[in-house]
Structures are given as C-alpha cells and as structure tokens.
Design a protein around this ligand. Structure first.
Ligand SMILES: Cc1cc2nc3c(=O)[nH]c(=O)nc-3n(C[C@H](O)[C@H](O)[C@H](O)COP(=O)(O)O)c2cc1C
Length: 173
C-alpha cells in the first residue's frame, strides 16, 4: 500500500476476531517501530508483547477509560515502554514508535488502536501498570496497543476531515 493510502485508510480498531496473529507479523510491527525517529542519538523504547488473557484483564481493569473490549479481545497487546532517564523527550519517542506500529499493522491487514497508559496527572495509574508488568520505577509504560484481525462487523463512522482553509495559517497565525 502506498504511504498516503495507508495513512488515509487507517482507523482505530477496538474489536477483534478471535484469530491469532503470527510471530512474523508481530516481528514486522516491532521492526517498524525500530525505524521510528528518536531523540538523544539512541533508540530507547522497549516493548512488552502480551498474549496472556489474565494479564490483558488485569491491564484493562486499571483504567476505566482504556477501552476494555480492545484490551481483552485483542490477541496481542504491545506495551511501549521507555526509561524516563534516557531522554527528556521520552514521551515523543514512544509516540513515534506507536504511530509506526499503527500504520504497519494496517498495512498488513491488522487492526490496532493507541491507548494511553501513562498519565502525568495520575502517577498511581502508572504504578499499577508497572506492578502488573514487573517494571522498575524508571521504566514508564507510555501506551498499550491492542492488535488483531479487525472485526469488520463493527461499523466505523467515516472520518470527518477539517477544511484545510480553517487549519492552515500562512506565515503567521
Ligand atoms: C494521545 C491519544 C490518546 C488516545 N487514547 C486512547 C485510549 O486511551 N483509548 C482508545 O480507545 N483510543 C485512544 N486514542 C485513539 C483515538 O480515540 C482515535 O485515534 C481517534 O478517535 C480518531 O480515530 P481514528 O484513529 O480511527 O482515526 C487515543 C489517541 C491519541 C492520539
């Protein structure tokens, strides 16, 4: 798929078929993340691949606004983590990885969605995720990406794109 078509047709998928995804596909997604931009001259993100249903349930119970169905029906969750001491830009570094994973998943006919794990204003949430995932305190789980074969019976509304004239400013605001 060409890049623009991939970007334009990607949507957040929160309901998945009960079909496994191959290790080859997971490997492809992690490779795409490894090619994301990074700060401070070093790639610092690390990934936890979760297939265990109990772990998925534990994670989905931490925050009620993480889409529970997405976390529990996805065959695989990828948690993107980073050492918060590795770069002052640790959040951005993980988010670039996340976008690469979302787009690559779509490119290989998988569905995925970005769900927040780290919330600056709620450190207790981070601590709960860290406990479940056995993470040291310096390693922050920034987001959780559920991945699987999309349940196409779930109708997704068309995306509404803003009129460019309303969002582009020439030279200055
Ligand atoms: C910073 C950020 C946080 C998000 N957090 C969640 C989340 O916790 N749970 C969820 O289901 N979707 C989450 N999303 C996905 C958005 O809801 C989704 O991208 C948006 O509705 C646009 O839909 P689309 O991805 O299909 O284009 C998040 C997206 C972003 C950019």
């Amino acid at each position: 798929m060409n890049t623009l078509k991939c970007i334009k047709t990607r949507r957040s998928i929160r309901k998945f078929l009960d079909t496994k995804i191959s290790d080859e596909d997971i490997n492809c997604l992690i490779t795409s993340a490894q090619y994301a931009p990074y700060s401070k001259g070093k790639f610092s993100c690390e990934f936890i691949i979760i297939k265990n249903n109990n772990t998925k349930k534990e994670l989905s119970a931490v925050r009620d606004n993480i889409n529970e169905q997405a976390l529990t029906t996805a065959p695989v969750l990828i948690v993107i983590c980073i050492d918060k001491n590795s770069t002052p830009r640790w959040i951005e570094s993980t988010v670039f990885c996340a976008e690469n994973i979302l787009l690559s998943a779509h490119d290989i006919n998988l569905g995925a969605v970005y769900t927040v794990a780290y919330n600056r204003d709620k450190p207790e949430i981070t601590k709960q995720f860290q406990k479940i995932l056995n993470l040291p305190s310096n390693i922050i789980p920034v987001c959780i990406i559920p991945i699987g074969h999309p349940d196409k019976s779930k109708i997704i509304a068309d995306k509404i794109i803003a009129d460019k004239n309303k969002i582009i400013h020439l030279e200055k605001w």
